[in-house]
Design a protein around this ligand. Structure first.
Ligand code: ADP
Ligand code: MG
Length: 844
């Protein structure tokens, strides 16, 4: 491009300057009149992505998009993985002298986009910055520019980083160039697809720079007030994420008024594999949209509530006191259905206050946003009255965070028209009666139109041309149009302006005089409206803090109300939380399956786990009996309880879990087409190395991904380790088709056997879906094969082979106890009698 510089027009030179100001990897949209133009390589790259025609002028490749459709094209570029820089005209072309000033006003990247059309209302849109430190530690900071959410934390180790990134699912993640290079050499961390990784200069993370920039931003002397003391990596990350945001927005991001520090040990750790296996927010099979916990629980009615619900599901709490505060609030609504329905009714009038107030602050709000704000604020007094009636701790606190802003609400009500247009420069935004000058101008404009109409009739009469029309366009203003057949009647004082195929257009001095009056007042009234709108904007901005606080409180109230609504409808109960590592669920149900099942009833099942005699539960049973469903159900109930919700059970005592691990044997994990046994083992290693006595472990068919003997031996050793290792001792549910594992209970006091009951009826197997104490001695695989119609010969031969294998070959697998039992015939070892504190075990 350098060579052509000498021949550049002034406009092109201006373009080059803007291009230099934009990040190297951004596509520049350059506003020229009614279009955004793209030139050179940007045009070549973007034209196919935006689906527009690539042209060339004087050898320069170019393409353009109409200004009013900009959002559509920007979102196409973003989904294509591009970043976009927008250069606007900084002065009105009508009044500018010489070349109109242009400058970059915004850089839009996946993590800094604020547009409603691009964003998903139900999800936060996080921009994350990762700051690597020594000893594998990381600082992490995140901003959602669309909601002004700003948080930071510190993490120990790559695994914690992966988990956190999985949980946040950021749109974009900043990393220092040095880390990007290291990851390129050593391999990227295992993070979700769809995250844009943006390497940025290392110095952006500089602690001193970050500290002083953030102090300046918040106008504070020290960041200690935010709880940042000692969190140097976190502060570095916060500085990087803030400076990137400011650079992208090309403004100081003053709408971000606070920052909070969070600690991951306040939340249950849900690594990414567990998040997926439990189908918390995403189904394993993409077509099963409603098969997630989120889809069952998300009855929120506001966009902020929807976003927070997702967060509560992915961040269950660990403090019994905090969980109980939420549970108390949920109970308040469960007990008072009338209150609940009134509250949800009131909430449903509230729009996305959180994102709207941000748009107002950054100057992209239109009159519809203001209207939405007004409607939302108008609902606040009602909401406040409904929640503050109750003495409940959390609700009372949330109620206190709701700011009634009666003056502002009334002002917006008085000022903004009922159904304002999208644009704020073309009038129709301000209500009649709000401003006297505006009303006068509008009257002039309106009457002007009737003057024009009067003039049209007068001219028709004077000339005798009945079809004579006075019309308007942007180029000529008002003009008189006479069709070709009537041209002989045109008076001498008409001045011809334009010839069309079948008409001529004229003006007269009288018409132009009128035009000045009419369009003058119209222009003036539009300008005044715009000015008044800006005034309202300023007014709203002064209440930013209160509106943000209100929006956040509304989000929490909405989530609590949603949890109460599901609980009431589905008959959930309040769980009892304890710090003891126990789990005592009577008649628990799988929340998602229960909601999806319409034909047959869901069969409830109980669970008893602790760190003593009931530490490891081995669950056997034939294929399709309900093993996987049962163990996942237990994990989901613990999670629901810790997020502060009621649970589908008759009763539940939940000992707080610091982590939930869920692993599914490779052969069973259908979601990973090319799953390998190695992956399964890596995941298992992770559990054995990280579980604590406070964890809850769900193992589904571990060891299945390899040969029977290998798999069985590994499953055996894993179960033993979980039981024997004092540092682990985690509550464990182990579903397996290796019924040999049940023999562990003979030598291991903390291992209990359960099986899922089936009844044989002639040739049929009836699934009872009931978990019973004791083990099964049949896997029913051959039985199922017979039902499937395999030839009798194959079936009987399979039975023979099975006997052979079970009799001898196990010896070679190196499980001597097992082999001894086996060689003594096929009798089952005696089961331990169930503990007396498990009355439910005798059901059925
Ligand atoms: P397994 O893991 O033992 O092969 P699953 O847990 O996958 O079996 O369950 C198989 C099917 O049985 C489920 O898809 C569900 O339709 C049904 N099912 C499981 N548990 C129950 C239950 N408690 N009540 C009713 N139906 C159930
Ligand atoms: Mg299964």
């Amino acid at each position: 491009m350098g060579q052509i510089n000498c021949k550049l027009t002034p406009a092109m030179r201006q373009y080059m300057d803007a291009k230099r100001d934009a990040p190297d990897d951004a596509i520049l949209l350059f506003r020229m009149g009614d279009f955004y133009e793209l030139f050179f390589d940007d045009a070549k790259t973007a034209a196919p992505v935006m689906d527009v025609v690539l042209t060339a002028r004087a050898g320069v490749p170019m393409c353009g998009v109409p200004y009013h459709a900009m959002k559509t094209y920007v979102s196409r570029l973003l989904s294509g993985g591009f970043k976009v820089a927008i250069a606007e005209q900084m002065e009105d072309p009508k009044t500018a002298k010489g070349l109109v000033k242009r400058a970059i006003t915004q850089i839009i990247t996946p993590g800094t986009v604020m547009d409603d059309g691009v964003l998903d209302a139900g999800r936060s849109n996080f921009l994350v910055a990762v700051n690597p430190g020594s000893k594998g530690r990381f600082g992490l900071a995140l901003i959602d520019v669309s909601t002004a959410d700003f948080r930071m934390t510190e993490l120990t180790g790559q695994q914690e980083l992966e988990t956190e990134i999985q949980r946040l699912h950021p749109a974009e993640c900043l990393i220092p160039v040095s880390l990007a290079e290291r990851w390129r050499r050593e391999g990227m961390p295992d993070t979700p697809p769809g995250v844009t990784w943006t390497p940025v200069d290392d110095w952006l993370y500089d602690l001193d720079l970050a500290d002083s920039a953030l102090c300046r931003h918040f106008t504070v002397a020290s960041l200690d007030g935010f709880g940042c003391r000692g969190l140097e990596l976190g502060v570095g990350a916060a500085g990087a994420v803030m400076s990137y945001t400011q650079n992208s927005l090309r403004q100081d991001a003053s709408h971000i008024t606070g920052m909070s520090v969070y600690r991951n040990d306040a939340y249950m750790v849900l690594d990414r594999i567990s998040q997926r296996n439990l189908e918390l927010t995403e189904p394993i099979f993409a077509d099963a949209r409603n098969a997630t916990l989120l889809s069952v629980l998300d009855r929120t009615v506001t966009p902020m509530g929807g976003r927070l619900m997702r967060e509560w599901i992915l961040r269950p709490l660990c403090s019994v006191a905090d969980i109980n505060r939420r549970l108390d609030a949920v109970r308040t609504f469960v007990r008072d259905p009338l209150l609940l329905s009134e509250l949800r009714e009131a909430l449903s009038a509230v729009r996305d206050l959180e994102r709207t107030i941000v748009r107002v602050n950054v100057g992209s709000a239109n009159a519809r946003d203001m209207k939405g704000l007004q409607l939302g604020l108008a609902a606040v007094p009602g909401l406040k009255a409904l929640v503050s009636d109750h003495q409940d701790g959390l609700l009372a606190e949330l109620g206190a965070s709701l700011s009634e802003l009666p003056e502002l609400t009334a002002l917006l009500e008085r000022a903004i028209a009922d159904e304002p247009p999208i644009t704020i420069k073309d009038g129709g935004v301000i209500r009649t009666g709000y401003n006297e000058d505006l009303d006068t101008l509008r009257r002039a404009a309106r009457e002007g139109k009737s003057w024009i109409a009067a003039m049209q009739s007068k001219e028709q009469e004077r000339t005798g041309i009945k079809s004579l029309k006075i019309r308007f366009n942007k180029v000529f203003g008002y003009f008189i149009e006479v069709t070709r057949t009537n041209l002989d009647q045109v008076p001498a004082d008409y001045i011809r302006k334009q010839t069309l195929t079948n008409a001529e257009r004229y003006i007269t001095p009288e018409l132009k005089e009128l035009e000045d009056k009419v369009t003058g007042s119209e222009e003036k009234s539009k300008a005044l409206e715009y000015e008044l709108f800006q005034g309202l904007r300023e007014e709203v901005i002064t209440a930013t803090d209160q509106i943000q606080g209100t929006a956040r409180a509304i989000a929490a109230i909405d989530v609590i109300a949603a949890l109460a609504d599901v609980a009431a409808e589905r008959g959930y109960v309040r769980p009892t939380l304890t710090t003891d590592p126990v789990l005592e669920i009577i008649d628990g149900r799988h929340p998602v399956l229960e909601a999806l099942m319409t034909d047959e009833p869901f069969v409830p099942n109980s669970t008893h786990l602790d760190t003593g005699n009931n530490q490891v539960a081995i669950i056997t049973g034939p294929n399709m009996a309900g093993k996987s469903t049962y163990i996942r159900q237990v994990a989901l109930l613990a999670l629901m309880a810790q997020m502060g919700g009621f649970v589908p059970a008759k009763s539940a005592v939940i000992g707080v879990a610091d982590r939930i691990f869920t692993r599914v044997g490779a052969a069973d994990d259908l979601s990973r087409g090319q799953s390998t046994f190695m992956v399964e083992m890596v995941e298992t290693a992770n559990i054995l190395n990280n579980a604590t006595a406070r964890s809850l472990i769900i193992l589904d068919e571990i060891g299945r991904g390899t040969s029977t003997f290998d798999g069985l031996s590994l499953a055996w050793a894993v179960a033993e380790y979980l039981h024997d290792n004092a540092a682990v001792k985690a509550r464990t549910l182990f579903a397996t088709h290796y019924h040999e594992l049940t023999e562990l209970s003979i030598t291991r006091p903390g291992v209990q056997n359960y099986n899922v009951a089936v009844r044989e009826q002639g040739d049929k197997v009836i699934f009872l879906r009931k978990i019973l104490p004791g083990s099964t001695d049949k896997s029913y695989g051959i039985h199922v094969a017979r039902l499937a119609g395999l030839p009798g010969e194959v079936i009987s031969r399979a039975n023979e082979v099975l006997e052979n294998l079970e009799g001898n070959a196990i010896n070679e697998a190196g499980a001597p106890t097992l082999a001894k039992h086996r060689s003594g015939g096929r009798k089952r070892p005696p089961e331990k009698p169930p503990a007396p504190d498990q009355p439910w075990l005798f059901e059925m």
